[in-house]
Design a binder for this molecule. Structure first.
Ligand SMILES: [Zn+2]
Length: 678
């Protein structure tokens, strides 16, 4: 059934087949049978079997499990709003397959949707992050990307947010395949959490992306074994008679990025993923401009395009230009060079390896994500360097300063990353000293300004010099700027246009660019997360242009509420828990401990009060005594029918003490009553 793809099975043996391959419902297996012929099923990338067992000791993405345990036991089992789906029945990546939506979520009726193409973006239209797009033609669904989003400042203790997959969970037999555009976390981070909930359909992605996804999967032992097929720009995946998928090579800050082209009976849909057009990329092939131009003649129904840099005028800088700037810097520096960048900016890392070789320096890699990414990329040949150039920590201090480059994470001021550990003297081997030069080689992500400034202060206090991306142009973004975006639209000539992958104002800016190049406003859809865009046959005439497909941004919305990942837990942090954390962060908490007689409910001794983050007790004896008296009165005023009903007492303490403290202080600490019966 596979059309004209290259043979996937050629270089693999039967032994490669994952031991515990699919055990899903029969319906899903048949769905996948239409996609991949039986002779090729063994070709799924399966290197993860070994690495998974080897890595059994690795904790989940480095999150702090002890904090998890604490917060878990302390966390009330909230039965409230279940919009954070999966809360009650998701067992973290196991094969649990849910066939009906969580309670409280509006069920969207399965429809035949005859002749209809529906497009909905579950994440990435109201934020930069948690990208996930659903394309549905009649009864067939394909998914593009499954990312995560790092939390907002008002979400204490949340590690990240993943897309809400409720819409998909009762349509498992319709889901035919998942396509991943590239290996950044905002496009792959949700995979271990979501794939098990949607029946683990086959996945298609570039080689580098596959390497990174598999690496991440080793940390989630309960997640299903993924069925990944690696693709290149020469492949074509036949989903069914109606849907086929092709891949278009684009550039970005990581190798192997593909735009996804979906052939539907109504025309082609292009999803660019993150992209820029780089004529001289580092260690990657240039974006396929020829193919992009060809597409213009192939009836492009819809272009969904990266809006991250839509508000920036001009053209994006080529990655190789960055290398030149950095080379000039390296020439002048005589001490150690310490570079902070993103672990995912692999083209930057390649350039640093090249310069290290040129200037006779050796490279020390710091931080787990940096080491992981470099290992994956080197193994599959995307990073090219002689392994001898890497220096181990134990040998680092034996080298002369002018022979050392240290590459690490944390240029955004992230608290646990390499750079911040170094300046806080918490790093095992690296200490800053006069003569060091620290290069911040990534642009500031909005919101991180303060922490970066603090970090820089500390670097300078320790006698090191700073070179910031603003001082020299050592940062090339990974995203197309306004002129690049216009070029893409001009070449592709879509009937309809939908900006994606950014905050709303950036989407609007991109929509304006689309209008400038002549796409009618009526055919530009600036949607919100989950808002359904629908296409069907029909004639539409706008001025002198005739369109043979009717597209509209409908009012229908599928669920997109946050699904939060907190330590090892997924989706079990409800808004109530979050509100509690906010209350505690803002106004602190006060614990009232009372001991009562288990039969009579009579108060024994005096209530204890403990304040954390609310008031300093020693300086507020008066208020504390008044509160204590209040608690005593509440306990004495007991319910005559059930004098020792501790729930009743607790509720009363919570409400009345809360009210009392608010009246006295205008603050609302969390009141935590503890009733001990003896
Ligand atoms: Zn990206």
């Amino acid at each position: 059934m596979i059309n004209k793809y290259r043979s996937y099975s050629s270089d693999r043996s039967k032994n490669d087949r994952p031991l515990n391959l699919p055990r899903e419902k029969a319906s899903n297996v048949s769905g996948e049978g239409s996609l991949i012929s039986s002779s090729n099923t063994r070709s799924y990338r399966s290197g993860n079997n070994n690495s998974r067992t080897n890595n059994s000791g690795v904790n989940n993405s480095g999150t702090n499990s002890s904090r998890l345990n604490n917060s878990r036991t302390a966390r009330p089992r909230v039965g409230g709003p279940s919009s954070y789906k999966g809360k009650n029945n998701f067992d973290r990546g196991s094969r649990l397959v849910k066939s009906s939506p969580a309670k409280g979520v509006v069920e969207i009726k399965n429809q035949d949707n005859t002749g209809k193409l529906r497009v909905m973006v579950l994440g990435g239209l109201e934020e930069v992050g948690r990208n996930m797009t659903v394309i549905e033609y009649e009864k067939e669904i394909i998914i593009i990307d499954m990312g995560l989003q790092f939390p907002e400042e008002d979400m204490p203790g949340i590690d990240y947010i993943i897309p809400n997959s409720t819409y998909l969970e009762d349509k498992i037999d319709r889901i035919k395949a998942v396509f991943i555009t590239h290996g950044h976390y905002d496009h792959i981070g949700g995979i271990p959490h979501i794939m098990g909930k949607i029946g683990n359909p086959p996945m298609f992605m570039g080689k580098m992306t596959a390497g990174l996804v598999q690496k991440r999967m080793t940390e989630y032992k309960k997640a299903p074994v993924l069925k990944i097929k690696e693709i290149t720009e020469n492949d074509r995946v036949k989903i069914s008679d109606k849907l086929q998928v092709e891949f278009l090579r684009v550039n970005h800050s990581i190798p192997d990025c593909f735009a996804i082209i979906i052939n539907t009976p109504l025309g082609k849909v292009i999803h660019t993923g993150d992209f820029k057009i780089d004529f001289s990329p580092v260690n990657d092939k240039p974006a396929d401009l020829n193919r992009i131009a060809q597409l213009g003649a192939e009836n492009i129904l819809l272009l969904m395009s990266d809006s991250t840099d839509a508000t920036h005028p001009g053209y994006q800088v080529s990655e190789s230009a960055i290398g030149d700037e950095m080379g000039k810097l390296f020439e002048k520096i005589t001490g150690r060079i310490i570079i902070g960048t993103f672990a995912s900016q692999l083209s930057r890392v390649q350039k640093i390896f090249d310069l290290a070789k040129k200037y006779g320096r050796r490279v020390s890699l710091q931080g787990r994500s940096m080491n992981d990414n470099v290992e994956v990329a080197h193994k599959i040949g995307y990073l090219k360097f002689d392994p001898k150039i890497i220096v181990e920590d134990k040998d680092l201090n034996r080298l002369r300063d002018d022979k050392i480059i240290v590459i690490g994470t944390g240029a955004q001021g992230e608290s646990n990353a390499f750079l911040s550990r170094v300046v806080n003297n918490e790093h095992r081997t690296v200490r800053l000293k006069p003569g060091d030069t620290v290069i911040f080689s990534s642009s500031v992500i909005p919101g991180n300004e303060r922490s970066i400034q603090n970090l820089m202060d500390m670097v300078v206090r320790q006698g090191a010099k700073i070179i910031h991306y603003k001082m020299m142009d050592i940062h090339a973004g990974g995203h197309a700027k306004a002129e690049d975006l216009k070029l893409m639209m001009r070449l592709v000539k879509p009937q309809y246009f939908m900006p994606i992958e950014a905050n709303h104002y950036m989407l609007q800016a991109h929509a304006e660019l689309a209008e400038q190049i002549g796409i009618p406003r009526e055919n530009i859809f600036v949607a919100d997360n989950g808002q359904v865009v629908e296409f069907k046959k029909g004639v539409k005439i706008i001025i002198d242009k005739k369109f043979d497909v009717l597209g509209q941004l409908t009012k229908e919305k599928v669920p997109t509420d946050y699904v939060m990942v907190d330590g090892l837990g997924v989706g079990d942090v409800s808004s109530i828990v979050l509100r509690d954390r906010r209350v505690m962060a803002e106004d602190g908490m006060i614990v009232a401990i009372v001991t009562i007689d288990s039969k009579t409910g009579e108060l024994i001794g005096s209530p204890d009060l403990i304040s954390r983050g609310f008031i300093y007790m020693k300086e507020n004896r008066d208020l504390i005594e008044k509160t204590r008296t209040k608690v005593k009165m509440i306990v004495k005023d007991k319910n005559p029918n059930t004098p020792a009903d501790d729930d009743y007492i607790k509720n009363k303490i919570r409400n009345e003490v809360g009210q009392f403290l608010f009246t006295s202080t205008k603050r609302r600490p969390m009141v935590l009553p503890v009733v001990i019966k003896v």
